[in-house]
Design a protein around this ligand. Structure first.
Ligand code: FAD
Length: 431
């Protein structure tokens, strides 16, 4: 079957690999030039934390080794308090588990190289500008056209394929912007070495705002500020930038010689949750579907957007198995994944409050220690939500059901222990 994928980003490239393995002929249309020679755009390098769901998808294609070689494991969070105190909190009771920092551009480069397979063509500098879902005609900014019976939009949060679907009756869509933006900054190497511990995702929780930093193989860190838009806009002079960082992030401030230049030059990104339903439309012989961020863009606070998009590819591959490679039927079946993507969209929003505010509190850290103690005491029977989301491939909706069951069970066990203790105390008093 000939399949057209719009967008040669992370998910588009991985999907092309899955489809080529099934023997399909794939054409990828990408609006940008080939990113391999040019490198990342300024201030939009974005490191990603890749965890088990993404690794599992890569493993199925034999790509996990190469990706993990280019990544830096982060087994925990390092919290930076205002007074400079550092607290390391492992992500898992099993100290061997880690999420993995990798540059988005590097990951895209690896996946583009992997997609250079017989049966896969990549057309760079082809921005989709129009799509007729009845005839399968695609129109590009360059003036060119193409025709396809199966079109899959992997063209990201601001998908042009989704824009066409949205215009059709029966297709629902919503977008929810946070009042926050993000901006990238850099902590360069110091004397040729990492300026901070590289084996951690660093967080500066500051109540309603935060900064994080992820390590890069060149011994730098990419920092990302997640601040209310008005706070980002308020720092409009070098003095204000320096003063805010000296007051709020004093330890990092010492490590950022290019702070003012980065702050002034790097763009502000938006944080959005997009929901669309259904994700596919079949008209006669033509089927148009969505995958990855195009179908369900989420905010980045659970580190799951790309992981979830990679898992989409596994699920679509499974749907093709179940339907004998009938794309219209497979994309209809793939709609079942929405139950899971809705859950991770919600968890990602909730995790923002945890990261920017709660992770700094002693109560939060004590709760995490208790969770890890339960995980060690009850292996296979108790697992935290973070563990299940980041270090398993348990469907997101099942994660929620299991966490709710565990909470009821822990509450009941706590109540039973309290009643037992009260009973023992009464007996002791009578004696
Ligand atoms: P994209 O990566 O956006 O790729 C879409 C591709 O389509 C691009 O190549 C684009 O050029 C192309 N395209 C767009 N429009 C057109 C068009 N009209 N015609 C042709 N081509 C087009 N995820 C994680 O898993 N872990 C993390 O730690 C993490 N951190 C993040 C931090 C930040 C600050 C942000 C913003 C996101 C983060 N994410 C993370 C999310 C992750 O980046 C996305 O989920 C992931 O990139 C989605 O992949 P995609 O291929 O669906 O879309």
């Amino acid at each position: 079957m000939e399949v057209t994928i719009v967008g040669a980003g992370l998910v588009g490239c991985l999907l092309a690999c899955f489809l080529a393995r099934r023997g399909h002929q794939v054409t990828l249309y990408e609006r940008r030039p080939d990113p391999r020679p040019a490198g990342a755009e300024r201030g939009r390098s974005i490191n990603l934390a890749i965890s088990e769901r993404g690794i599992d998808a890569l493993r199925r294609l034999g790509l996990d080794g190469e990706v993990l070689k280019a990544a830096i494991p982060m087994p925990g969070r390092m919290m930076h308090a205002l007074d400079g105190e550092l607290t390391f909190q492992p992500y898992s009771a099993d100290r061997g588990q880690a999420i993995n920092s990798i540059g988005r551009a590097e990951l895209n480069r690896i996946l583009l190289a992997a997609a250079a397979l017989p049966g896969v063509r990549v057309r760079f500098e082809h921005r989709l500008t129009g799509l007729d879902e009845r005839t399968g005609e695609l129109r590009f900014g360059s003036g060119g056209t193409a025709r396809a019976r199966v079109v899959i939009g992997a063209d990201g949060a601001y998908s042009a394929v989704r824009s066409r679907l949205r215009a059709l009756p029966g297709v629902g869509f919503s977008q929810e912007y946070l009042d926050y933006g993000y901006k990238e900054l850099t902590i360069p190497p110091r004397d040729g070495a990492y300026a901070m511990e590289p084996g951690a995702l660093h967080i500066w929780p500051r109540g309603r705002a935060m900064m994080i930093a992820l390590p890069n193989p060149d011994r730098s860190f990419t920092c990302t500020l997640f601040w209310p838009h008005e706070d980002l806009a308020a720092l409009d002079t070098p003095q204000r930038v320096r003063a805010r960082f000296a007051a709020q992030y004093p330890d990092a401030f010492q490590l950022m010689p290019g702070l003012v230049e980065d702050y002034q030059a790097n763009p502000v990104g938006h944080l959005v949750t997009m929901r669309c339903t259904p994700w596919h439309v079949t008209t006669g012989e033509v089927t148009v579907g969505l995958i990855g961020d195009a179908a369900h863009a989420i905010v980045p606070f659970y580190g799951q957007g790309a992981n979830c998009g990679f898992e989409d590819c596994v699920e679509l591959d499974r749907c093709l198995d179940e339907t004998g490679d009938d794309f219209a039927a497979a994309l209809a079946l793939f709609e079942r994944r929405k139950t899971d993507t809705d859950v991770i969209a919600r968890l990602a929003l909730e995790n923002f409050v945890e990261m920017r505010d709660k992770v700094g509190s002693r109560l939060f850290l004590a709760g995490k220690r208790l969770e890890h103690a339960l995980e060690r005491a009850l292996p296979g029977r108790y697992a935290s939500r973070y563990e299940l989301v980041s270090f398993s491939t348990t469907p997101y909706s099942e994660v929620e059901r299991r966490v709710a069951r565990q909470r009821r069970w822990v509450a009941a066990a706590g109540l039973a222990a309290a009643l037992l203790a009260a009973g023992l105390a009464r007996t002791a008093r009578r004696r």
